[in-house]
Design a protein around this ligand. Structure first.
Ligand SMILES: Nc1ncnc2c1ncn2[C@@H]1O[C@H](COP(=O)(O)OP(=O)(O)OP(=O)(O)O)[C@@H](O)[C@H]1O
Ligand SMILES: [Mg+2]
Length: 386
């Protein structure tokens, strides 16, 4: 019997990944790329030891992702060190590099939202095609996603970025403002300079309502400067915006709190609603069937029962049902934990198809959070802005 090296190989992969991330954080992109390539090699080997064909395919896919990332880093050069902005922005290389994010999410991982996906693709498509001679067309570059929590806004932004084979800059605006207080303006310039260099890029500005310019008049000069820097970037006025495609995606749960000047820069505002019945069915499938679980209850039944739940809450329902099933058929698990890691590693987890009782328990525990009045508020805002 061949020796099973899966464990040690996986450990090598984890070490290589930690190394890659550390190098990337430091802005040492070539070292990072080399380590990502090692990650890919280890994962490919690891996949060879995986007996479940679905899992094997997933590992191989992940390995491919690492190879692409390494390729991206090396072909586009050490991304920020040579920022076109010259000396000043380079001071923020590390901070900006830390915002670059490679997510494996693709369109098929997102249930429902077909119309939303099409709007995004149209926005991008219009920006890239050649209009007939004499016709000036400026596609949308700035999209705003708004809607209740957990409806897939972040997922959509990541899938957009992957779909466009773009570099994804994941920015939580409140972090940017608090962590780099006073320095945020320079960081924003460095961010967009890097995005231009690594174009096509998607700059995702989460919690964009934290960016406040003229509300109440209590803002400091520094805050006002950050806002005006963003405004200039959103207008695409800085540098060769037309050659280097950057899509900025803002996201918020409270669109009515967004600064008016910022809001007006988003040419396209896209409502990301709670999932309808068909979307709920596909979200259940994504989080159960696609992960290998058998379900005794028909998916349309689950979709009907989960009216008012967000995608995130449906994911929680799925996790909760699985947890209930696992606990029920593996009562010895708690004892095993007490016996230590060796005992756990030898134990093969039992599973069975998910049944009515598992879901009853999950539905009892997880309740939808969005209220009718919350939803009405989005509708009102939508009517007022569109
Ligand atoms: N349409 C969907 N299809 C599949 N999974 C979904 C969907 N919507 C949400 N989820 C699940 O919920 C999780 C949270 O989604 P996501 O982070 O995109 O929500 P969000 O709209 O950005 O929320 P927030 O406003 O709180 O930031 C996802 O990681 C995913 O597991
Ligand atoms: Mg989000």
């Amino acid at each position: 019997m061949p020796v099973d090296l899966a464990g040690p190989i996986f450990a090598l992969y984890e070490k290589a990944l930690a190394r890659a991330k550390a190098q990337q954080q430091k802005g040492n992109m070539f070292e990072a790329a080399a380590a990502y390539r090692q990650c890919a090699d280890h994962l490919t080997q690891y996949a060879g030891y995986t007996t479940d064909p679905r899992a094997r395919a997933q590992w191989l896919e992940k390995a491919k992702g690492f190879r692409e990332l390494a390729e991206h880093i090396t072909t586009k050069g050490p991304p920020i060190k040579a920022a076109e902005n010259g000396g000043d922005a380079n001071q923020y290389d590390d901070e900006v590099a830390a915002l670059i994010f490679k997510s494996p999410v693709s369109w098929i991982d997102i249930g429902g939202l077909a119309e939303t996906k099409n709007e995004i693709k149209t926005a991008y498509g219009l920006s890239m095609v050649h209009p007939p001679k004499g016709i000036k067309l400026r596609g949308w570059r700035n999209l705003l996603f708004y809607g209740p929590p957990g409806t897939g806004k972040t997922l959509l932004a990541a899938a957009t970025s992957n779909g466009l084979e773009a570099t994804f800059f994941n920015v939580k605006v409140s972090n940017l403002l608090s962590k780099y207080f006073g320095e945020s303006t320079k960081l924003v310039s460095a961010l967009y300079a890097a995005a231009r260099r690594m174009a096509p890029s998607v700059v995702f500005l989460d919690e964009i309502e934290s960016l406040v310019g003229q509300r109440g008049g209590t803002e400091s000069g520094a805050e006002l400067r950050v806002v005006s820097t963003f405004l200039a970037e959103l207008d695409g006025l800085t540098g060769k915006a037309d050659e280097n495609y950057i899509m900025t995606i803002g996201a918020t749960n409270i669109p009515w709190m967004i600064d008016k000047a910022i809001l007006s820069r988003f040419e396209k505002k896209i409502y990301v609603p709670l999932p309808d019945i068909r979307a709920r069915e596909s979200i259940f499938k994504i989080h159960l069937a696609s992960k290998g679980y058998k379900v005794e209850i028909a998916f349309p039944e689950l979709a009907k029962r989960s009216e008012g739940y967000s995608g995130r809450e449906i994911e929680h329902l799925a996790t909760e049902a699985v947890k209930h099933m696992v606990e029920e058929v593996n009562p010895q698990l708690v004892n095993l934990v007490d016996q230590g890691r060796a005992a756990l590693e030898k134990y093969e987890l039992r599973i069975r198809p998910l049944n009515q009782n598992d879901f009853d328990k999950a539905f009892a525990r997880i309740k939808p959070q969005a209220t009718q009045s919350d939803l009405a508020r989005y509708q009102e805002w939508r009517d007022a802005t569109e």
